[in-house]
Every structure is written in structure tokens, then in C-alpha cells.
Design a protein around this ligand. Structure first.
Ligand code: ATP
Length: 307
């Protein structure tokens, strides 16, 4: 599971007010493009990431002791072994000495074309979820850094796009309207989600009353009801009870096969082996390796064994 499967937006409970800041690209490029629903297979879905750097400024009470540690480290840098890596680089923002920042992504560039199934791997805090969120538009990048063409569906947070004060059914209707569905399509969507999520009378109760597993059922059923061009997925879908997982896997396989592009983050290497054609290995926010599934997973496993 991701370390923050239920975080609904850019802020974390442990870092109030913390919003990511994308740094300007090293080389300027095309402007930010998010053409939801526009691309057909003929047009070709596309993801292009161009020198993406993403920082989280940290403001919290413990920052003083943290700064002391950072100054000490700057004077006598410790050789940090790769095996010991957790999280992005923590440093004092050179442009604002009052602020400590976590560099979640550093100068990340790649292009994903139709037919590619990408797996994101790396240690805890390597930047996988942050990258997924940047691709999904949850974190806004500086124009030119992230170009996404095609309709995008994100299986990232169970609560994303969900109004917890509304009932499950009202949320279905809200999302249908957001997607521009006509009345007949809306009815079809409602029927499909109701049958798959099997929430019974809870579908007509506010989402805030749902357990996390129930919220996953609704979020998953909704997100997989309409096949997108591009599917961005965190490994949270592995949650839920065993019976739901089996159902979810079958439905997900169909959506994955139907999508032009898949990007999935997971620590389950066997899942990635089954679904992915290419793996991007992140390490402290940077791309360590990007290539065919077998080559990258072999290198990753070899590193895990020696570290
Ligand atoms: N909202 C936030 N505020 C502050 N720092 C954040 C926030 N979100 C992520 N980070 C930091 O960014 C870095 C990358 O985190 P991210 O969640 O992308 O890692 P990950 O590779 O998905 O990790 P995991 O495998 O543990 O889920 C970490 O150092 C994390 O502490």
C-alpha cells in the first residue's frame, strides 16, 4: 500500500499547509496540456514529462532541530548508502532560508506512448505517488513540465473527487455530470456501480459514514466504470476483503486492457511483471533506471539482495 492511501488532496495531516511547488523546467517546452476525453486511439494518448522537479515546503514546529541537522550534514556530509534511502532529499531552500523543503521529484523526464504499460518502483518515499499525482493533475506542474493527452482516470485516492457529505448515489450522479454523460448513460453508470460495489442501503447514505473498505468499493467501482485512455493507479486497489479483491482484479484487467496507457505504482513486483511492458525505477526523486520490465526488475532485485 502507498503510505498515504486516503489523503484526499495536496496536504498531508502531518504537514499542514504543505503544498508542492514545481520548480521551473531546466529547458522550456510545450505548454501544459490536459485534454480530458479528447483523444481517440487514432489521435494517440500521450504522456510527456519534461524536467519535472517538485518540492514540498515544510513548515512545522520541529523545523529548528531539523535545520540544525541539515546544517551539520552540510558541513560533514555522510555517505548515505543506497540501501538506507527513505524519502526524498530534505534540504534548506536556497531561495528562502526560512523554509525547509522535501525534493520529491528531481529533473524527471520521460515520454509514454500508446500501448505502453508503465510500472513505477522504488524505495518508500522515492516519489512514485507524487509522480502519479502530478500526471493525474492532482499536483499542478509548471506549464511545459507535464503534458497529458487523452481522458485520464485516476485510481489514486479512494476519496479523490468524492464529496463525503453526499451519498454514494449522489456522488455517482455528480461524477456523471462532470464527465458530461447524458441521462440514459447516467442511469447505466448508476446501475453498474451499484451492482459492482454492493453497498446495499449504504449507497443512499453519506460517504463520510463509510468504512475505508466501503469507500474503496465505491471509488473503485466508479473509476473503473468507464474505460479511460489513460489509467493512473496506485496499489491501494489491493485493499478490500478477499472476495472484493477477486472481483476487482477481473474488472481491473478489463480496464487495463482497454486503456491506451497504464501507469501503476506498486511494491508487488509480480503484479508489475504481469501487467507492465516498461518500468521506471525512482530513487530519492530521480530516475535511477527506465527500460523493459525484465531488465529493470532484475537490476532492482539484484540491488535489493546486495543491500
Ligand atoms: N503532502 C506532502 N507534504 C510533504 N512531503 C510530502 C508530501 N507528499 C509526499 N511528500 C514527501 O515526498 C517524498 C515522496 O513521497 P511519495 O509519497 O511520492 O513516495 P512513494 O515513492 O510513493 O513512497 P511509498 O512507497 O512509501 O508509498 C517523501 O519524502 C515524502 O515525505
Amino acid at each position: 500500500m502507498s503510505s498515504h492511501p486516503s489523503a484526499p488532496d495536496v496536504t498531508r495531516p502531518d504537514a499542514p499547509g504543505s503544498k508542492p511547488q514545481a520548480s521551473p523546467p531546466a529547458a522550456p517546452n510545450a505548454s501544459l496540456e490536459r485534454a480530458g476525453g479528447a483523444a481517440s486511439r487514432q489521435d494517440g494518448a500521450l504522456i510527456r514529462v519534461n524536467h519535472l522537479t517538485l518540492d514540498f515546503p515544510i513548515f512545522h514546529g520541529g523545523a529548528r532541530s531539523l535545520k540544525k541537522t541539515l546544517f551539520r550534514r552540510a558541513r560533514a556530509p555522510l555517505a548515505k548508502t543506497r540501501a538506507a534511502r527513505t524519502g526524498g532529499e530534505v534540504e534548506i531552500d536556497p531561495n528562502d532560508t526560512g523554509v525547509v523543503r522535501v525534493r520529491a521529484l528531481v529533473d524527471v523526464s520521460f515520454t509514454i506512448r500508446p500501448g505502453e504499460r508503465i510500472g513505477l518502483i522504488g524505495h518508500n518515499g522515492a516519489g512514485k505517488s507524487t509522480l502519479l499525482r502530478a500526471l493525474g493533475g492532482i499536483y499542478e506542474a509548471v506549464p511545459g513540465m507535464v503534458t497529458v493527452k487523452g481522458s485520464v482516470e485516476t485510481l489514486i485516492d479512494t476519496n479523490s473527487g468524492m464529496n463525503r457529505e453526499l451519498t454514494g448515489r449522489e456522488n455517482i450522479q455528480l461524477q456523471a455530470r462532470h464527465k458530461g454523460l447524458r441521462t440514459a448513460q447516467l442511469r447505466q453508470l448508476e446501475k453498474d456501480v451499484e451492482a459492482f460495489a454492493q453497498l446495499g442501503e449504504f449507497l443512499d447514505l453519506p460517504v463520510r459514514l463509510y468504512s475505508s473498505g466501503m469507500a474503496i468499493r465505491l471509488g473503485f467501482a466508479l473509476a473503473t466504470a468507464i474505460a479511460p485512455n489513460i489509467l493512473l493507479m496506485d496499489e491501494w486497489f489491493m485493499a478490500g476483503d478477499a472476495k472484493f479483491q477477486d472481483k476487482a482484479k477481473d474488472r481491473l484487467s478489463a480496464v487495463v486492457e482497454g486503456a491506451d496507457i497504464l501507469v501503476i505504482t506498486s511494491h508487488a513486483l509480480n503484479v508489475l511483471e504481469t501487467w507492465c511492458t516498461r518500468i521506471i525505477w525512482l530513487e530519492s526523486g530521480r530516475i535511477r533506471m527506465d527500460g523493459p520490465t525484465t531488465a529493470v526488475l532484475d537490476a532492482y532485485r539484484a540491488e535489493m539482495e546486495t543491500s
